[in-house]
Design a protein around this ligand. Sequence first.
Ligand SMILES: [Zn+2]
Length: 79
Amino acid sequence: MKFKPEQLQKLIQLTLETREDDTIGCDGCSQMMEQFAQAELDGVEISDSLAVVRAHLDQCRCCRAEYKALIEGLREILL
Ligand SMILES: [Zn+2]
């Protein structure tokens, strides 16, 4: 399947729009994920640097699955 240039343009625009708040990407997310999970489990307030992790998790299905597995693993260790 071949895209016309204007279709590609639209696709790029859509991609950019959905990633508006996502400043860290999957790499940054996986680096911060443990810290974020820890804060979540401790019930401490999420700082700005961790809020971007939450924003990414809201938008990224694969990171969300990873995060869920991490949280469940941590809960098992801690509880
Ligand atoms: Zn991701």
